[in-house]
Design a protein around this ligand. Structure first.
Ligand code: HAM
Length: 437
């Protein structure tokens, strides 16, 4: 009987150390930028009661749920997004939490999607949200964080674009042209560019719109400037929604992010709970799926049975981001790199362990130190040191070292030296370009 080798489930990834190093680079950058904008980190469970999602997130995401009945007959779903969990956390402590507050999280999420480029069944997503204010400056803070984040990853302003739209504006326009039930219309509008003009017109006709209304909507969603939109809308609500976008853009321009944002009324977003500004981030040529998406959701806590607490935020996935960074050659080397490898000509393992421990001492600033785990020839030890990317090999029993000194080799340039532990640590911290092999 042959036993089949276990397979990786479709749409999931293994993170061998080299892949995990890249992953950690993304997590570290996410966390450091979120913290630099004074967002606080939170977490929640990886699974929730199914009903947290059904009816609140939007049809598409609900159709992609991984759900099951647990042994207590409870309907459970693996989290496909973080926003409902965040809303639940907010409702539970609605009174205690001092508002407004800014939180971030980096959850592992699960969606039963067709696995394809940029879309997996298990992925990570940075979430940054601001709870407890309706002010447009919350949006400004979030969009500035996104632009700062992408710049920190090394992307230039022209290499990504944050497209901004407004559900409020769309809703008032739908009202102006007398379109029925926006809730039915949004999912169609969201698919407009994906499905093409004919299918778009047909889906809107099915939702009860006339040919004239479809034409007007199509023209409206193609508007590329605030002036064009102003000419198209008349109601007071629409003018107010437009003024909000203008204020947002002016604020971002003042902060130096003007080049990163643009008006894009073709953005609607698939999720049902958005009520105001919505936005999506794309690579320059829109050749990839969205890097990030988000918006304002002022009635989600109410929909979930709590009091009305406004919120706005976004999710940035790791998959498209890593693809984009790889395309621009912006990912760090995935290779291991340790500070020291402690070697011994005489296989004096006790001296090796003792010296390794000394270099790990906090007074040397948390150096990473490796060494052989079994007696072996010096050639083999140097191979290991090389493989582990050691900057410096320290010989515990080199014949040229005086008292309190070690012989050592700077592997980056292949130079043999002698010095005290302090001098060796100092050398390891010097930025020395490795010699090309
Ligand atoms: P979303 O548009 O569903 O929004 O996802 C946001 C981002 O997560 C996408 O732009 C993409 O980068 C990534 N993403 C989504 N699905 C997948 C997938 N199957 N594989 C890989 N990456 C994926 C939300 O999830 C909202 N809850 C965001 C939000 C937070 N809104 C307000 N606060």
């Amino acid at each position: 009987m042959s036993i089949s080798i276990p397979q990786l489930p479709k749409g999931t990834r293994d993170f061998y150390p080299e892949a995990q190093r890249i992953q950690n680079y993304i997590f570290d950058t996410w966390r450091s930028v979120a913290e630099s904008f004074a967002y606080e980190e939170y977490e929640g469970p990886m699974f929730e009661h199914l009903e947290l999602y059904t009816g609140k997130s939007g049809e598409e995401i609900v159709s992609q749920l991984y759900n099951f009945k647990d042994k207590g007959d409870r309907e459970i779903a693996l989290r496909p997004e973080m926003t409902p969990t965040l809303a639940r956390l907010v409702i539970q402590k609605a009174r205690e939490l001092k508002k407004p507050f800014k939180w971030f999280s980096m959850p592992r999420l699960f969606r039963y999607e067709k696995a394809q480029k940029g879309r997996l069944r298990e992925f990570f997503q940075l979430n940054m949200d601001i709870i407890g204010t309706e002010s447009i400056y919350a949006e400004a803070d979030l969009l500035a964080s996104i632009a700062t984040m992408l710049r920190k990853f090394g992307l230039k302003d022209g290499e990504f674009a944050i497209g901004v739209s407004s559900r409020k504006l769309l809703a008032t326009y739908l009202e102006e042209i007398g379109a029925p039930n926006p809730a039915l219309v949004y999912p169609v509008l969201d698919r407009r560019l994906k499905i093409g003009p004919e299918a778009f017109a047909k889906a809107l006709a099915d939702a009860g719109l006339s040919e004239d209304q479809v034409k007007k909507l199509d023209d409206f969603m193609s508007c590329k400037s605030i002036e064009e939109v102003r000419a198209a809308v008349k109601s007071e609500n629409a003018t107010a929604a437009l003024a909000e976008i203008e204020d947002l853009f002016a604020t971002l321009t003042a902060a130096g992010y003007g080049e990163c944002v643009n008006l894009d009324l073709s953005i609607v977003r698939g999720l049902a709970y958005y009520t105001g500004i919505v936005f999506e981030v794309f690579d320059k040529g829109k050749s990839m799926r969205a890097i990030a998406g988000g918006g304002r959701y002022d009635s989600l806590t109410e929909k979930l049975g709590g009091e009305r607490i406004p919120g706005v935020g976004f999710g940035m996935g790791d998959v498209v981001l890593a693809d984009l960074l790889a395309e621009h050659n912006l990912l760090p080397s995935p290779k291991q790199s340790v500070d020291f490898y402690i070697a011994s000509f005489t296989n004096d393992m006790k001296k090796v362990f003792e010296t390794a421990q000394m270099f790990r001492d906090a007074k040397f600033g948390n150096c990473s130190v490796s060494h052989p785990l079994a007696p072996m020839k010096m050639g083999k030890q140097l191979d290991q040191a090389n493989y582990q990317g050691a900057k410096i090999v320290v010989y515990v029993d080199g014949s040229k070292a005086g008292a309190g000194e070690f012989e050592y080799k700077d592997m980056r340039v292949g130079e043999m030296l002698v010095g005290s532990p302090d001098a060796i640590v100092e050398r390891s911290k010097m930025n020395i370009e490795p010699k090309k092999a």
